[in-house]
Design a protein around this ligand. Structure first.
Ligand SMILES: [Ca+2]
Ligand SMILES: [Ca+2]
Ligand SMILES: [Ca+2]
Ligand SMILES: [Ca+2]
Length: 453
């Protein structure tokens, strides 16, 4: 053998090792090797004729056989291994001649169990961090034999619309089999399944999204087969978690405008499967700012709405049990009283002990305005950023540090102004607060109507 030939053999060998190294992933292996079983039939029947450990699942047998114990053709194999993954979306790539199928945690993600030429079939799956069981089955019908499995991170899922989490059970249990960006909640899967790795029946889906609403009362309608639950601003407004043929269910809620979270959970028990969500704005828009969440009255009959925190303040009106009020974003320092908005635009204070809130009372800002003296509990308003990017500062004036930057079109809740009305204190969609220059806002109320703070 010439030196050149020896070199090329060594080089090809090194390339093969490099390929084998790529074949396994970066993930630390809970099992360092595959457990392999070979059968002298195409259906993995009976006792294996060969069992051994294999470092990689990457075989090009050509016209040959895996070992002297195994036939050249009409044989099958099964590989199993526990692998430790960091959390993320993974793509599994199976390359085969002839048939192969792959399970991850007993979920079939590649199913190409037929005779045919060399080909690669992919299956994607979201994996929680930790150990996962991989099982691969393979058969060779004749001629050449090839079996390889690789995996790596799938392209990250960017959620621009609805975040859809798909579960291979009816109860949204465990980690989702898949997460994807759904443009709309508007599906008719008939008797099929929604996504690879999820069965035709006994699956569930959770959709979540933050949407910006104009102030108003809204009717949300879920049309489903089978069960559905729907929350808006953490308020459960549809609860029909039952097997049923396709049916529409509606719930209503008042929204003060600005971002609101919408969450729909759904399951299919068997047979047909459909899930659609729509909404419409009704009449009677409430006034004021807010969009902070809701408070549902739990008092036995009626709850007093007062002009200021405390029992000594005057009663403005009262609201009935189960009335849904809008949180205006404020509480008193003790967290005993919260500022609410009624559908007719009235604002006032209610005792926190007689409502259930969609966000923790402690997460609301402490009211530092006109407390204790009765009268106007303060005006808030909505604003939309009207410049490319707007600095949010720790205080009124450009000498204060920049906390963050918000983009054109961002919806803000205005709570206070400086005495010159040139700076406005705002609540950002993520709940943080700061000051912005009033000159770059489109506002729902006059800046002068905001309390100085
Ligand atoms: Ca063969
Ligand atoms: Ca073959
Ligand atoms: Ca079904
Ligand atoms: Ca069904």
């Amino acid at each position: 053998m010439s030196a050149k030939k020896i070199f090329s053999v060594v080089f090809v060998g090194l390339m093969l090792l490099a390929t084998l190294a790529l074949g396994s992933s970066d993930a630390a292996a809970a099992d360092s090797v595959w457990k392999a079983q070979y059968f002298n039939n195409k259906s993995l029947s009976g006792a294996p004729v060969l069992e051994r450990e294999e470092r990689d699942l990457n075989w090009d047998w050509g016209y040959g056989s895996p070992s002297s114990a195994v036939k050249f053709d009409d044989f099958s194999a099964r590989w199993t291994r526990i692998v430790n993954f960091s959390a993320g979306n993974y793509r599994f790539s199976a390359t085969m001649d002839d048939g192969m199928r792959v399970w991850v945690d007993d979920v079939l993600i590649v199913d190409s169990w037929n005779t045919g030429a060399l080909r690669t079939v992919n299956g994607d799956r979201y994996l929680a961090g930790g150990d996962h069981r991989i099982k691969v089955e393979y058969y060779d019908d004749g001629f050449m034999g090839f079996a390889r499995l690789t995996w790596g991170p799938a392209a990250p899922v960017t959620i621009n619309n609805w975040r859809g989490e798909y579960f291979n059970n009816r109860t949204l249990s465990g980690n989702p089999v898949a997460i994807r960006d759904d443009a709309n909640v508007d599906f008719n899967w008939s008797e099929g399944g929604p996504i690879t790795g999820v069965g035709n029946d006994n699956f569930s889906v959770r959709w979540t999204r933050s949407l910006v609403f104009q102030p108003g009362r809204y009717r949300f309608t879920a049309r489903v087969d089978d069960g559905v639950r729907l929350w808006v601003n953490n308020q459960l407004i549809v609860d029909k978690w039952i097997p049923q043929t396709v049916q529409s269910h509606s719930g209503e809620i008042e929204l003060l405008g600005g971002p609101a979270t919408v969450k729909m959970e759904y399951y299919d028990q068997n047979g047909f499967a459909e899930a659609h969500l729509s909404w419409q704005r009704l009449t009677t828009p409430p006034t004021g700012g807010g969009g902070m969440g809701t408070a549902t009255v739990t008092a036995a009959y009626f709850l007093n709405v007062r002009s200021a925190p405390g029992l000594s303040s005057s009663i403005i009106t009262y609201v009935a049990r189960n009335t849904i009020l809008n949180l205006m974003g404020y509480r008193d320092a003790a967290g005993t009283w919260i500022l609410v908005g009624l559908a007719n635009g009235t604002q006032g204070w209610v005792h926190a002990g007689y409502v259930t809130t969609s966000v923790p009372v402690n997460s609301l800002a402490i009211w530092t305005g006109q407390v204790g003296g009765g009268g106007n509990p303060g005006q808030t308003g909505n604003a939309t950023v009207d410049t490319g990017y707007l600095n949010v500062r720790s205080g009124p004036g450009i000498a204060n540090s920049v906390i963050t930057v918000v983009a054109d079109g961002t919806s803000l809740t205005m709570t206070h102004r400086n005495s010159a009305s040139t700076w406005v204190r705002v609540i950002l969609p993520n709940g943080s607060q700061g000051w912005v220059n009033a000159g770059y806002l489109l506002t729902s109320v006059s800046i002068n109507s905001l309390p100085v703070g």
